[in-house]
Design a protein around this ligand. Structure first.
Ligand code: ADP
Ligand code: MG
Length: 253
């Protein structure tokens, strides 16, 4: 059986009038349905470029990306994207922020509205639906941004340094919330981070990329057993430090 998401030998070169920059040289990896995968690598090595190819926002010059059996260009509407900044609109209430994607796509059906209400309720935000984003903490804002993304029912979530604007304590808590929400909603995830503990605590597989232009330097399978603790508790697991060290060694070479 082929993988849910398959990235095969992609290469991308940015062309500007001044220069050519090869961002991604040759990257391949597979993601199974329900799997959480992290891409780590030095700053500027091509991580965001790879994610935007998976989102169908950029087209690689070589190689292919297949999602659920079809080229990603046919399936891009089943992919959700979360960035570092939550991009909530300050003049819209929480409710009007979370439905904005449905509004734009003209999908404000009763079923979809109920689904969004359920998500807000399940994740403790329903009582804030009439509040404006500036009344919320950083962690709550990221949960609102996640629900806005989930409202469109994507199967694959892409997170690009989604927690790096938050202070350390909030970051650890929000990454744990996001992890639990995505697991409960049976999503598949690919995320980019430069934080090794974040990658290990949230992933089934960590792909370590080389310096630009990116190639895969190492793939590390993360296995904390069937009763995997949540991303906060797993940091105390005896195997956590081993995984950290393996990835760290690869990155500092
Ligand atoms: P990362 O996310 O790993 O930090 P990026 O994928 O954003 O790296 O960028 C990889 C390289 O490509 C960098 O050298 C960056 O300057 C360059 N780059 C990114 N986007 C563009 C663009 N739109 N045009 C030209 N060069 C770009
Ligand atoms: Mg980036």
């Amino acid at each position: 059986m082929s993988a849910f998401l398959s990235v095969d030998n992609i290469q991308l070169i940015y062309q500007t009038p001044q220069q050519e920059t090869m961002a991604v040289k040759d990257v391949s990896f597979d993601v199974n349905k329900g799997q959480f995968v992290s891409l780590v690598g030095p700053s500027g090595c091509g991580k965001s470029t790879i994610l935007s190819c998976i989102a169908g926002l950029q087209l690689q010059q070589k190689g292919s990306i297949t999602f659920d059996g079809r080229d990603i260009s046919h399936n891009a509407d089943r992919v959700g994207y979360m960035l570092q900044s939550d991009n909530l609109l300050p003049w819209r209430s929480v409710w009007r922020n979370v439905i904005i994607g449905l509004e734009i796509q003209k999908k404000l059906t009763e079923e979809n509205i109920n689904y969004v209400k359920e998500l807000l309720e399940k994740y403790d935000l329903l009582q804030f639906k009439d509040s404006f984003p500036n009344r919320l903490s950083g962690g709550m804002r990221q949960r609102v941004a996640l629900i806005r993304t989930l409202a469109l029912k994507p199967q694959l979530l892409l997170l690009d340094e989604a927690f790096s604007a938050l202070d350390y304590q909030t970051r650890v808590n929000v990454s744990c919330d996001v992890y639990s929400i995505l697991r409960r909603e049976n999503k598949t995830m690919v995320m980019v981070t430069h934080d090794i503990p974040e990658a290990v605590s949230m992933s089934d597989k960590v792909i370590v990329l080389s310096k630009r232009p990116a190639v895969v330097a190492k793939t590390v399978d993360i296995d904390f057993g069937p009763d995997r603790p949540n991303p906060i508790e797993v940091r105390r697991h005896p195997k956590f430090q081993q995984y950290f060290n393996t990835i760290w060694k690869e990155l500092v070479q």
